[in-house]
Ligand binder design. Structure first.
Ligand code: HEC
Length: 320
C-alpha cells in the first residue's frame, strides 16, 4: 500500500513538474502592431468620444477594437485601448440611469486586456491600469489574495513611473474608510506625486504650487505632471481628487489650499468641471460627512461624492 502510494505520489509530482516546465518554456506571444486604416479610424473615434465624454459610444468602440485585436492578438495598442474602454465603462458607471449588475464584468475584462498589453509592451501606464483593475476585481470577488497581488503590482508601477502612478495608486484607494491606514497611504501617495513632480518636498501645511508653475513641460516623464493633448485638464483633475481625499480625512484647511492650486492652470477657464471645484471649496466643511457616507457600488446616491465615484472620474482630466 505504502509503495503504491509512493509511486502514485511520484507520478503526480512528475506530472506537476512537467506541466510547470511546459508552461515556463512556452514561447512568448509576439508583439505585432500595425497602423492599419481600420486602426487609425478606430483611434480617431476613440479620442473624439473620450475627449467629449461620449460614454454611450463605449460598446461600439469595444466592437471596433476587439475586431482589430481578434485579427491580430499581438496588437498591444488595441489591447490597451480595450482595457481603457472597460475601465472607463466601470469607472463612470454613474452616467447610467440604472447601473446593471453586469457592470462588474468590466473589471475582469480590463484586467485581462491590460495583462495582454503589458506582456507585449513594458509600459508603466499599462501596469498601473492593470494593477487598478486587479484591485477592483479582487474587491468585487472578495479575493484578499488578489487584492494583495494588485497592491504589489501597483508598487512596481509606481517605481516605474512615479509621476503617473502615484496618482493612479491613490485614486483606487479613495473608497477606504476615513480611519483606514490605506486612506492615509492614498493621501501620502498624492503628496509624493507632488514631490516627484517638483523635485523637492512640497510644504504639507502650505502647499502653494504657484512657485512651481514655470516648470511646466510636455516632454519626458514629467509631462504626467501637467496638462497635455491627451489629458487636457490633468492638472485641475489631480488637485480636485487630492482635495477630495483630504476632505474625507477631515483635513479641510489643507484641502482648500490644494483645491485652489487647480486655478493656477492656464486652461482653468475652459475646464468643464470648474464649477464642481468652486462648490468643493465652498462646501468643504460639510463634505467631510458627505464623503464618509457609505453606499453601494451599484447605487447612485443623491449626496455629493468624491471625484472617484462620480460620472466624471475620468473626464475631470480628459474632457476638453
Ligand atoms: C488626474 C488626471 C487623470 C485621471 C482622473 C485619469 N487620467 Fe487618463 N491620463 C492622465 C494623464 C496625465 C495621461 C497622459 C500620460 C502620458 O502623457 O503618457 C493619461 C493618459 C490616458 C490615456 C492615453 C494612453 C495612451 O495610449 O497614450 C487613456 C486612454 C486614459 N488616460 C484613460 C483614462 C481613463 C479610462 C480614466 C478613468 C478611469 C482616466 N484616464 C483617468 C491623467 C488622468
Amino acid at each position: 500500500m505504502n509503495t503504491r502510494n509512493t509511486i502514485l505520489g511520484l507520478i503526480a509530482l512528475t506530472l506537476t513538474a512537467c506541466s510547470t516546465l511546459a508552461q515556463w518554456t512556452a514561447p512568448d506571444k509576439e508583439k505585432k502592431w500595425s497602423h492599419t486604416k481600420e486602426y487609425r479610424q478606430a483611434e480617431g473615434l476613440f479620442w473624439k468620444s473620450f475627449h467629449s465624454g461620449q460614454y454611450q459610444n463605449i460598446p461600439g468602440l469595444l466592437e471596433l477594437f476587439k475586431r482589430i485585436y481578434s485579427e491580430n492578438p499581438g496588437h498591444y495598442k488595441a489591447a490597451a485601448r480595450i482595457g481603457f474602454l472597460h475601465t472607463w465603462a466601470l469607472s463612470e458607471r454613474r452616467r447610467m440611469k440604472v447601473i446593471p449588475a453586469t457592470i462588474i464584468d468590466h473589471a475582469s475584462l480590463c484586467q485581462k486586456y491590460f495583462k495582454e498589453a503589458y506582456q507585449l509592451k513594458d509600459d508603466p501606464r499599462y501596469l498601473g491600469f492593470w494593477a487598478s483593475c486587479t484591485l477592483a476585481e479582487a474587491e468585487i470577488h472578495g479575493q484578499e489574495r488578489d487584492l494583495r497581488k494588485g497592491f504589489f503590482m501597483m508598487k512596481d508601477a509606481i517605481s516605474d513611473w512615479p509621476q503617473f502612478n502615484y496618482f493612479t495608486g491613490g485614486y483606487v484607494l479613495s473608497n477606504r474608510k476615513a480611519d483606514d491606514d490605506l486612506l492615509d497611504l492614498a493621501i501620502d501617495w498624492q503628496w509624493k506625486n507632488l514631490d516627484v513632480c517638483t523635485g523637492e518636498s512640497v510644504n504639507r501645511d502650505n502647499p502653494d504650487y504657484s512657485q512651481y508653475m514655470n516648470q511646466e513641460t510636455k516632454k519626458g516623464v514629467m509631462r504626467a505632471c501637467w496638462n497635455s493633448k491627451k489629458a487636457p485638464h490633468n492638472f485641475e483633475g489631480f488637485f480636485l481628487n487630492m482635495g477630495d481625499l483630504l476632505v474625507k480625512k477631515g483635513k479641510v484647511e489643507t484641502a482648500k489650499k490644494i483645491y485652489k492650486n487647480a486655478k493656477l492652470s492656464k486652461n482653468y477657464s475652459t475646464w468643464p468641471y470648474r464649477q464642481v471645484l468652486e462648490n468643493r471649496i465652498a462646501q468643504a466643511d460639510k463634505n467631510v460627512e458627505e464623503f464618509r457616507k457609505e453606499f453601494k457600488a451599484g447605487e447612485i446616491p443623491g449626496h455629493p461624492m468624491m471625484m472617484f465615484n462620480t460620472s466624471y472620474s475620468c473626464m475631470a482630466c480628459h474632457q476638453k
